[in-house]
Design a protein around this ligand. Structure first.
Ligand SMILES: [Zn+2]
Ligand SMILES: [Zn+2]
Length: 127
């Protein structure tokens, strides 16, 4: 792996971790193009796939596009049916869920993801 690629990956990750809006690859690309003029969309997609496959970032399917989250601490999300955006929910995570479900399961449970669907605050206000 060349230095260039790992530096790009680091900058992609830094950008993603510094924001809370769970961007799509296209939104990230627009933002990163200023600091990384040589970045191609293909390279960005490859890096996002790699980072989500190894658990560094989270990937959510929101309607027609995937959205990414640099915060991989356990927290819950809402996907808005109207705007297809992804929001963090403030509720504290239910860490006891893992143990609850593990008690009926012969394998091992190490974590969980919980996604809610509904209408986000701003769409709900603009009805
Ligand atoms: Zn919405
Ligand atoms: Zn999040």
């Amino acid at each position: 792996m060349s230095m260039k690629y790992s530096r790009q990956r680091e900058m992609i990750l830094n950008n993603l971790c510094s924001r809370k809006d769970h961007p799509t690859a296209d939104e990230l690309y627009l933002d990163l193009k200023e600091e990384l003029p040589n970045l191609s969309l293909g390279t960005l997609y490859r890096n996002l796939a790699l980072l989500s496959d190894n658990g560094t970032i989270l990937k959510f399917n929101c309607g027609t596009s995937d959205r990414f989250d640099g915060n991989n601490n356990l927290h819950y999300h809402l996907i808005c049916d109207r705007c297809n955006r992804l929001y963090d929910l403030d509720h504290a995570p239910l860490s006891e869920l893992d143990a609850m479900f593990a008690s009926d399961y012969e394998g091992k449970i190490t974590s969980h993801l919980l996604v809610f669907y509904g209408i986000c605050k701003s769409c709900n206000r603009s009805v």
